[in-house]
Design a protein around this ligand. Structure first.
Ligand SMILES: Nc1nc2c(ncn2[C@@H]2O[C@H](COP(=O)(O)OP(=O)(O)O)[C@@H](O)[C@H]2O)c(=O)[nH]1
Ligand SMILES: Nc1ncnc2c1ncn2[C@@H]1O[C@H](COP(=O)(O)OP(=O)(O)O)[C@@H](O)[C@H]1O
Length: 209
């Protein structure tokens, strides 16, 4: 009975945002891009701000808002961010406008944030589903990061160091609703779709007969 009430309440509340986290190189962007492509009207990406340099192929305003530290600090101090963090020598953050832009389209907002982001979002009233994407091992993670060819040796080492901390912290009970080990990409993607099935159904609305 209690379970039924809880389910009914959840259905009334509409779809929840989704937070994807996990070490750099675990496969968050790859999984996210598949999800956004397969369900383009259902999910919308919260475009973060960052002070890091764009990678080849990254589009300003789509992958990130690429900004200077000076501009970002100004906006952070003006209270325009839900959360922000320093990662591997650069600033990253979720602006209120980024989340509002997705919600204005009636889409489920998907955020890609680091562990500090997870902890800070927990203090807000966003109430998302928290999912950690993890590599099968640190060795595989290093191989994938090297093969991605986006990092210098220095930034790669910083990311690996952060990955070790991330994997330790993610063991905290209750921090994530689900941990997905991204070994085989298709299997990981199926698990992601499975946990989001309820939210997808809510967003699709009642089926017309
Ligand atoms: N806290 C926080 N972390 C973010 C945000 N945007 C991206 N990140 C995280 O910053 C880290 C580095 O991202 P990026 O430079 O794109 O490298 P990648 O994860 O290796 O592709 C990742 O852990 C992201 O999840 C944000 O808005 N807030
Ligand atoms: N399951 C997988 N098997 C093999 N390579 C993968 C898998 N998932 C992602 N990759 C590759 O690993 C690299 C890191 O993935 P990416 O999505 O950029 O990670 P993140 O966004 O978490 O930093 C990319 O080059 C991507 O193509």
């Amino acid at each position: 009975m209690q379970g039924n009430k809880k389910a009914a309440l959840a259905a009334m509340q509409g779809p929840r945002p989704v937070v994807l986290s996990g070490p750099s190189g675990a496969g968050k962007s790859t999984l996210l891009k598949k999800l956004l492509k397969d369900y383009e009207n259902i999910f919308g990406f919260s475009v973060s701000h960052t002070t890091r340099q764009p990678r080849p192929g990254e589009v300003n305003g789509k992958d990130y808002h690429f900004v200077t530290r000076e501009d970002m600090l100004k906006d952070v101090n003006a209270g325009e961010f839900i959360e922000h963090a320093e990662f591997s020598g650069n600033m990253y953050g979720t602006s209120k406008a980024a989340v509002q832009a997705v919600q204005a389209q009636n889409q489920i907002c998907v955020l890609d944030v680091d562990m500090q982001g997870v902890k800070n979002i927990k203090k807000t009233d966003l109430n998302p589903i928290y999912i950690s994407i993890q590599p099968p091992s640190l060795e595989v993670l290093e191989k994938r990061l090297r093969e991605r060819q986006t990092e210098t040796e220095e930034s790669l080492q910083k990311r690996l160091k952060a990955a070790r901390v991330d994997l330790e912290l993610s063991k905290e009970p209750g921090l994530f609703n689900l941990i997905i080990i991204n070994d085989n990409l298709e299997v990981a993607y199926l698990k992601l779709k499975e946990i989001l099935a309820e939210e997808i159904k809510k967003a699709q609305g009642p089926k017309k007969s």
